[in-house]
Structure formats: C-alpha cells, structure tokens
Design a protein around this ligand. Structure first.
Ligand code: NAD
Length: 246
C-alpha cells in the first residue's frame, strides 16, 4: 500500500512532538487519527495543520483507559477499513528524587508512558496481523537508555517501552508488522519549557551539538520509521539527540 493511502493513529497529538508527527504524516498523504486528552486544542489543530478536512480526525482519549483505547482502534478500523500505523507518543513526567518519589507519581508515569503504549499496541496488532502489514513507533527517550537523575519513574517507563518495542518486533515480524522506537534527547516543547533554568543548563551541557532539538527533528524520524522507506527495519531504537547517546 502506498504511504498516501495509510491510516495512522498518533497519541499525545495535541501539541509538541505529537503535533509535528501529525504534520509529517499528513504531508505524506496519510489519514491521521489524532488522539489526546486536550480536546479543547482540536479546533486549533485543524487550522494549524492546514485544514486537511477528512484526513485529520481528532479524538479524545486517555491512553490509560485500556477499553477506551481498544474501542478507539476498533472505531478507526471500522471507519477507514484498515489501521496501518500507531505512534505511541503520549507521555508525561513527574520528576523527583527516588527517595522522595511517592507511589502516585510512580504509578501515573508508568500508566501513561508504558501501559498506554501496551494497550494501543495490543489493540492495533490484531488488525495489523490480519492485514499482514503495519508499523508501530514508540516514543522512548535518552532517559530510558541512560537513566536520568530525578526521573526514576520516567526512565523506567521509557526503558520498559524499549522492551515492549523489541518483543513486539520479534512476535509480529513474521506477519510483516514492524515495531521501532525513537529516543529523543532534549527537545524544545512545553514539556521541557516547564523545567527550571538550572535543569535546562545541565541538559544543554550534555549535548555534543550544543543545542536543543526541535519537535520536527523527531517527527521526521518517526515518519521514516512509519513509512515504507524503512520496510526492512524492526526492533530498533533510533536516537535523535544531537549526539548524546552514541
Ligand atoms: P508535551 O507535554 O508537549 O505533549 C504531550 C502530549 O501528550 C500532550 O498533548 C498531552 O495532553 C498528551 N497526553 C498526556 N497524557 C495523556 C494521556 N493520558 N492520554 C492521552 N494523551 C495524553 O510533550 P512532548 O515533549 O511533545 O513529548 C512527547 C513524547 O516525547 C513523550 O512521550 C515524551 O516522553 C517524549 N520525549 C520528549 C522529550 C523532550 O525533550 N521534549 C525527550 C524525550 C522524550
């Protein structure tokens, strides 16, 4: 199937990296089911992404809702007849030192970042296996590869995503369903805008290219892993981080 005929589901699509992923996939001609909690952003997304009409289908979903995620995938498959791509991008941080981290912040980050990706992956894989084709891209992080002070919950969730990525790739490869991860470094979005200046300075000092990345840098990598340009690549983690992880 041509990339322009594909149907993609993107989570955490309302802003930041997810919004740019939608832009890239729409530019490839794909139909994009854009999923987020922030329903109030949907009208502005439609105008920002060039009013692509039927090609952009915004839907409210909390990715921690297992049944809701399955229902959303079923509805998309019924409406469009196939589901070709899932980008598990929705993610949150609740930073704090390990010794002071409470159960709530641990659980919530694992729920959104890891459980949500599992719920979505399980739901789309049923269709992709039947179709004998599909691509899943998980939004991991440098933090999941290397760990990061103050992010025990976040780095554990992202490391878990890498395990999910590799096992999904192995289990589904025989049905031509691929699964890969992108590991961003330090990217300019509302998530990183919220950091204290000292934390930003420390992060910047770790980047060999000496600058933050842009959401579009990540979106182009996702588009590559989503498209047929990467048809023989599965189970891989692509770092997009200005040289932090080598
Ligand atoms: P962001 O906070 O700007 O956007 C995240 C989006 O996810 C928001 O629109 C939010 O509403 C949505 N979301 C959060 N919880 C959700 C839920 N339960 N259900 C549905 N949607 C939900 O963040 P971002 O910087 O664009 O990050 C996107 C992804 O990239 C995340 O997985 C993040 O961990 C990862 N990442 C970001 C950076 C960075 O430097 N910005 C680095 C590494 C990895």
């Amino acid at each position: 199937m041509a990339d322009s005929d594909k149907v993609a589901i993107v989570t955490g699509a309302a802003r930041g990296i997810g919004r740019e992923v939608c832009r890239e996939l729409l530019a490839l001609g794909m139909t994009v089911v854009a999923v987020d909690l922030l329903e109030e952003k949907f009208p502005e997304m439609q105008s920002d992404l060039g009013s692509p009409g039927e090609k952009l289908d915004c839907r409210k979903l909390d990715v921690t809702d297992s049944e809701g995620f399955t229902a959303l995938v079923d509805a998309a498959a019924e409406k469009y007849a196939h589901v070709d791509l899932l980008v598990n991008n929705a993610g949150i941080t609740r930073d704090g030192l390990l010794m002071r981290m409470d159960d709530k912040d641990w659980d919530l980050v694992l729920k959104v970042n890891l459980y949500g990706a599992f719920y979505g992956t399980r739901a789309v894989s049923r269709y992709m296996v039947r179709q004998r084709g599909g691509s899943i891209v998980n939004m991991a992080s440098y933090s999941g590869l290397e760990g990061n002070r103050g992010q025990a919950n976040y780095s554990a969730s992202k490391a878990g995503l890498l395990g999910l990525t590799k096992t999904t790739a192995i289990e589904l490869a025989g049905k031509s369903v691929r699964c890969n991860a992108v590991a961003p470094g330090f990217i300019r979005t509302e998530m990183t805008d919220a950091l204290a200046q000292q934390a930003k300075d420390i992060a910047l000092s770790m980047i060999p290219m000496k600058r933050m990345g842009e959401a579009s840098d990540i979106a182009r990598a996702v588009a590559f892993l989503a498209s047929d340009a990467s048809s023989y690549i599965t189970g891989q983690v692509l770092s997009v981080d200005g040289g932090m992880h080598t």
